[in-house]
Write a protein that binds this ligand. Structure first.
Ligand code: SIN
Ligand code: MN
Length: 206
């Protein structure tokens, strides 16, 4: 598998079309239980352009008052998050090389105008575990660099069914999504892109 940088591994077409369709069906059910919400930046309250939800014991949320965090319940319904779809767990089992299961599956939905600015995933105590990212639907331009926000970056296209493992020496790399390419996939009836990130949050002692 192409290593984009040490610890940053791209698995193109990890999921075939049938598995992608089954995963989308599982996500539709998850979204019925845990509706998409619009997260907001800490302090400024600026809305993210993606809408999100989570599956798993813990979910990543953000709002103006309390900032980035993991919590066991949906911020609007107060209900526990639905379970992580088994098909998504296949990506963790197949690529993470980590002894414990993920606790969180963040589900980001990108419409044609959505993007994700360069950031690090650093709200997890278990930084020895990778983040495993699954792409579904429209392709996107994914940008990644090193641990210095101002350092050089590269970008690659991620397509429906691709998995990217963000681990090892790249676990804290800056990364983001510059844009999605409308019409590049027929998987989602209404277009757009879904990204799932599976994360181990707590350490054994936590
Ligand atoms: C993220 O970093 O949370 C999302 C990355 C992606 O959408 O590919
Ligand atoms: Mn991220």
């Amino acid at each position: 598998m192409p290593e984009l940088a040490p610890g940053l591994v791209h698995h193109p077409a990890f999921f075939d079309r049938a598995a992608q369709e089954a995963l989308v069906a599982a996500l539709r059910e998850a979204v019925r239980a845990a509706p998409l919400f619009t997260p907001r930046m800490p302090r400024t309250g600026k809305a993210f352009s993606v809408r999100m939800t989570n599956c798993g014991a813990l979910g990543w949320v953000s709002d103006r008052e309390r900032g980035y965090r993991y919590q066991a319940t949906h911020p609007e319904t107060g209900a526990p998050w639905p379970p992580i779809p088994e098909i998504a767990m296949d990506a963790w089992r197949g690529t993470a090389n980590y002894s414990r299961p993920p606790e969180a599956c963040l589900v980001n939905f990108y419409d044609a105008a959505a993007r994700m600015g360069l950031h690090q995933d650093r709200d997890e105590a278990a930084l020895d575990a990778p983040v495993v990212s699954i792409s579904l639907g429209d392709s996107c331009l994914f940008r990644f660099g090193g641990e210095d926000r101002a350092g050089p970056t590269k970008s690659i296209r991620l397509h429906s069914g691709d998995v990217v493992v963000i681990g090892g020496a790249s676990r804290l790399c800056f990364h983001g999504v510059d844009r999605v390419m409308p019409g590049s996939s027929m998987l989602l009836r209404e277009g757009g892109r879904i990204n799932l990130t599976l994360r181990r949050v707590t350490t054994p002692a936590g």
